[in-house]
Design a protein around this ligand. Structure first.
Ligand code: PGA
Length: 243
């Protein structure tokens, strides 16, 4: 299975989101694409409505509360139980923008993963080094640290890992195929002794021009899109180009 994960971030009005999903669901040929899984992560406010309107599409939340997994006095939070009650099956966890703008810690990401699993939500777990680590050549150590700190012990439920180098997000710069392959093999080795992900995807400046070489020349099982997922034609092209 190849995953295409569309992280809309804080974009689109409600009507624009509905129109987008209408077009995508009518233009994607589900029979021809049965080995590909498109997962759309809209703003949380639209999740429930979109999931009801488009039962053929899969939706993810962009985040989930680390306060608790069910219900409680946490103003502004959305729990894993609430997502589950709306039929949401996936959640992006630990995106670097959560860390950058909301100071999310590894401990919080780990809790979020545990809460998702407790509510049958498959976590899409982001990790990736910053430019400093890459330039100082200690990125592998950094990635190992992140993975070990984020992944809950004895994780025996399915999860997806998303390698998202911070320096590649929104910059139009992507790692070389050699760099991508190095990280894939490294992560595979580390996770072997902890828990095996069902897929490792790559995210950071992916578009319809570079997606083919990422998928064909590496072992990544899909891509996580930001900007490219806001353009229907671009998203459909990407869906058509992945294996
Ligand atoms: P980008 O974002 O595709 O716009 O670089 C990717 C991401 O934030 O996951």
């Amino acid at each position: 299975m190849t995953f295409v994960i569309a992280n809309w971030k804080m974009n689109f009005s409600r009507d624009e989101a509905i129109e987008f999903c209408n077009i995508i669901s009518s233009r994607i040929d589900y029979k021809a694409n049965y080995l590909k899984q498109l997962i759309i992560a809209p703003p949380a406010l639209y999740l429930s409505h979109l999931a009801q309107l488009f039962p053929k599409l899969q939706f993810a939340s962009q985040d989930v509360s680390a306060c608790m997994s069910t219900y409680g006095a946490y103003t502004g939070e959305i729990s894993a139980a609430m997502l589950q009650s709306c039929g949401i099956k996936y959640s992006i966890i630990g995106h670097c923008e959560r860390k950058l703008y909301h100071s999310e810690t590894y401990e919080q990401s780990r809790l979020k993963i545990e809460y998702c699993i407790a509510h049958d939500i498959l976590p899409i777990i982001c990790f990736g080094e910053n430019l400093n680590s890459r330039q100082n050549n200690n990125y592998l150590e950094e990635l190992k640290k992140q993975i070990i700190e984020i992944l809950p012990r004895l994780l025996n439920s399915p999860f997806i890992l998303a390698y998202e180098p911070v320096w590649a997000i929104g910059t139009a710069i992507i790692p070389s195929i050699t760099e991508l392959n190095e990280v894939y093999e490294f992560v595979n080795t580390i996770t072997m002794s902890i828990a095996q992900p069902m897929a490792i995807v790559y995210g950071g400046s992916v578009n319809s021009t570079n997606v083919c070489s990422i998928i064909k020349s590496t072992k990544y099982n899909g891509v996580l899109l930001g900007k490219a997922s806001l353009d229907k034609d671009e998203l459909i092209k990407i869906m058509e180009s992945v294996l």
